[in-house]
Design a protein around this ligand. Structure first.
Ligand SMILES: Cc1ncc(C[n+]2csc(CCOP(=O)(O)OP(=O)(O)O)c2C)c(N)n1
Ligand SMILES: [Mg+2]
Length: 720
């Protein structure tokens, strides 16, 4: 059997019974290849060649060869050697990997070409479906090396945020499902135990991997008293997520663990934007002081002294430190917490990573391996602008570059908010803005560039963001806290104690409130009304269209009380003329009124448009309805409550979970106003108490019944 490398044009390890792909970068050589292969297949009938268009380049193509004999390979490679290197590219490996066991069958030398193939696969897939691109391109080698060394059938791999798990999904048998990544019935963009036993937690929020890993390590030590075989545990965490409070609380408790637990700190100097805060500065200062040669020396040094067990570990670490001058700064940080620290090492040097993990897997205590990676590695558009490609929609490839997409015409709630906040800040210098690592996502980029000294990105630290805002409000400023609904859940207690209890004028601009589409259940914002409206002093409002987005913001900044504004990840509807009046505390807007109507549709937020469409559908059936834009969920307008007393049926509509939502608030008020005497029906439309899977946002709204047809249907049912 032939198993040696071909050194020209590329290093290829040939395996018997394998399938490989010869990929050409240009169409021009198709004919040449055909002729040669035709000739070859006559000489050797055991070879079958299939030609198809390359998914990686419009002008290229692929020829797949299914071999039966190694002699055929020799002939093929003889031929390939004859071709200029820039014309062809070998890619046989990825097709073979159906599980981590297949990965383990490869030689260490094959991991590098495999990493390249995975990168191309990810780029191609994400260009069609959208997804988190830059972070995934940065961890290909790390993920391969981890799967190569550990056995995550039994060992446990925990992801932080989880947006960087694509290589892990590819390796663990999910490659063929990437065509429907983040789409209905397709793969989730985040780890999901429903999909695979290789995923431990459904995650999407930052800062959780170290703490959950500690729990699993402690848990497995208990379990192993029975089974004796403890799984090894690895927590992968990014440089922006390790500074999150939950991560730090976990590091503070790492001493609870008296067995192996490896934390891999994936340091790329980036969150979505460049990382913020003192620790980020510290990491990047250390990073700048290293040469590539330093990283290589560190790896060598670690390898020379590991693996060791028991007391020898301390000596080994001491020797490693002595060996490398530049290791000191970051190691000091972790060692002050009594955590053995190794690194920094090159996170793209897969050979070294395999050796390092091989050694570290045998440590009998928790440790940190610090690796440097590059976000967007191997794809220059993402490498040059990792923020843009952190999470991207589909894009058109042109060779190795990206074709500029058509200009986006539709304005989102976020756009309107960002523009108007900057306009208001121009006139009122007390306005300051705070975000937790989501400047672009929350529409604050313009504010940041125009008012840099009134803008604070505090990193992934939602709790601290709210308390800093409380302090700013206490000092007489007008803080606007911009956080996605799902991440605001992290600051529940700070909102309660430091803002609501003090009745401080902090404005919460809650973006991505409602269903979010393809990010799925970790990212939907379906609980903010529930947990905020039960707090005394809190005012909750939701704009329905563009003009209301501006009016609501103006109202919030002048209320001199805590105010929460919620709006979805969506195009902002065109202005509805009835909604052009300024916001008045607790006052709704009657958008449509009919003398003959016996049903009122009462909406909260952008779902007003659907209610108006429902009214049009019903008008064709000669059914008259009132449509009321509630504007406020706390306090609820008394006029809405009195509708029940007038004998009208009420249908509430919201882009929020029904439990504790706006409709519930109306029900509570009606029950309190008319104890025991209400016979009129009230129907609530909103999200069920279920976790809603990834899909397009519109499809999710359809399925959950928050759309014009379902509203019209509810009116018909109510009138029966
Ligand atoms: C609690 C929380 N806040 C904000 C986010 C939004 N978010 C997703 S990824 C990310 C950056 C993560 O940076 P890092 O951990 O360094 O990973 P990288 O993307 O650089 O690989 C942020 C802020 C989140 N997922 N969770
Ligand atoms: Mg990072």
């Amino acid at each position: 059997m032939f198993a040696g490398p071909f050194l020209f044009p590329k290093t290829v390890v040939v395996k018997r019974e394998s399938c490989f792909v010869i990929r050409s970068r240009i169409r021009i050589i198709t004919a040449v290849l055909r002729i040669r292969f035709d000739t070859l297949s006559i000489v050797s009938p055991t070879c079958v060649f299939v030609s198809k268009k390359s998914p990686f380049s419009d002008s290229g193509f692929e020829i797949t060869c299914y071999n039966k004999s190694s002699k055929d390979f020799l002939k093929i490679f003889d031929f390939i050697r004859w071709l200029p290197a820039f014309l062809i590219e070998m890619s046989e490996l990825l097709e073979q990997i159906k599980s981590p066991d297949d990965l383990k069958k490869l030689s260490a030398g094959q991991l590098k070409p495999l990493a390249e193939q995975i990168r191309r696969f990810i780029i191609s897939s994400v260009s069609k479906t959208g997804g988190h691109l830059a972070s995934n391109l940065g961890v290909v080698e790390l993920t391969l090396a981890l799967h190569y060394v550990f056995d995550f059938k039994t060992d446990k791999l925990l992801w932080d945020v989880g947006h960087q798990c694509y290589t892990h999904k590819i390796i663990t048998g999910r490659q063929d499902k990437f065509a429907h990544l983040r789409q209905v019935d397709g793969l989730s963009g985040f780890p999901s135990p429903d999909e695979s036993g290789y995923d431990q937690f459904s995650v999407g929020h930052a800062g959780t991997s170290i703490a959950t890993a500690i729990g699993m390590a402690l848990g497995s030590s208990h379990a192993s008293r029975v089974t004796s075989d403890e799984p090894r545990i690895v927590a992968m965490v990014g440089d922006a997520s390790i500074v999150n409070g939950t991560s730090f609380e976990a590091l503070n408790n790492l001493g609870l663990v008296k067995r192996q637990l490896l934390i891999v700190l994936n340091d790329n100097s980036m969150a979505i934007d460049p990382t913020q805060g003192a620790l980020a500065k510290y990491f990047s200062k250390v990073r700048l002081s290293h040469t590539y040669e330093d990283l290589r020396k560190t790896t060598k040094n670690i390898m020379e002294h590991l693996p060791v067990i028991g007391k020898g570990v301390e000596e080994a670490i001491a020797r490693i430190k002595k060996g490398i001058r530049m290791v000191l700064p970051t190691s000091r940080l972790f060692e002050s917490l009594n955590i053995p620290y190794f690194g920094p090492v090159d996170g793209h040097d897969i050979d070294s990573l395999v050796q390092l993990f091989g050694a570290l897997a045998h440590l009998d205590r928790p440790a940190i391996l610090h690796v440097y990676t590059k976000k967007g590695m191997g794809f220059s558009p993402a490498g040059d602008d990792p923020s843009k490609f952190h999470s991207t929609g589909p894009f058109k490839m042109n060779g190795d570059s990206v074709e500029p997409g058509a200009a986006e015409h539709s304005r989102s709630f976020t756009d309107v908010f960002g523009e108007h906040l900057a306009e208001l800040a121009e006139k009122d210098e007390k306005i300051v803005a705070i975000t937790s690592a989501m400047t672009d996502g929350t529409g604050l980029a313009e504010f940041r560039s125009r008012f840099a000294d009134r803008f604070y990105d505090v990193g992934i630290a939602e709790g601290a963001a709210v308390d800093i805002a409380a302090g700013l409000a206490k000092s007489g400023l007008k803080p606007v806290v911009c956080i996605y609904s799902t991440f605001l859940q992290r600051s529940f207690d700070q909102i309660f104690q430091e803002v609501a209890l003090q009745n401080l004028p902090v404005v919460f601009c809650i973006d991505r409130a409602g269903l979010v589409g393809s990010d799925g259940p970790t990212h939907h914002g379906l609980m903010d009304v529930g947990f905020l409206r039960m707090m005394p002093n809190m005012i909750l409002a939701a704009p329905a269209d563009e003009v209301e987005m501006k009016l609501a913001l103006e109202f919030a900044l002048s209320a001199n009380k805590p105010v929460c504004l919620r709006y979805p990840k969506d195009v902002v509807p065109a202005d509805i003329s009835a909604c052009a009046e300024p916001f008045e505390l607790g006052k709704s807007v009657v958008v449509k009124e009919n003398a003959n109507s016996d049903v009122a549709i009462v909406t909260y937020g952008s779902v007003l448009t659907e209610a108006l469409r429902a009214a049009e559908i019903l008008a064709k059936e000669r059914i008259a309805v009132d449509v009321i834009n509630a504007r406020f969920a706390a306090p609820v307008d008394k006029k809405i409550v009195m509708l029940a007393g007038d004998g009208k049926g009420i249908i509430t509509v919201e882009d929020h979970r029904l439990a504790c939502g706006f409709g519930s608030a109306v029900l509570e008020e009606v029950a309190a106003e008319f104890p025991g005497s209400i016979t009129q029906p009230i129907t609530m439309l909103g999200m069920p108490k279920e976790f809603i899977r990834h899909d397009y946002r519109n499809a999710q709204l359809m399925k959950t019944g928050v759309n014009a047809d379902r509203i019209a249907q509810a009116v018909r049912e109510l009138r029966r």
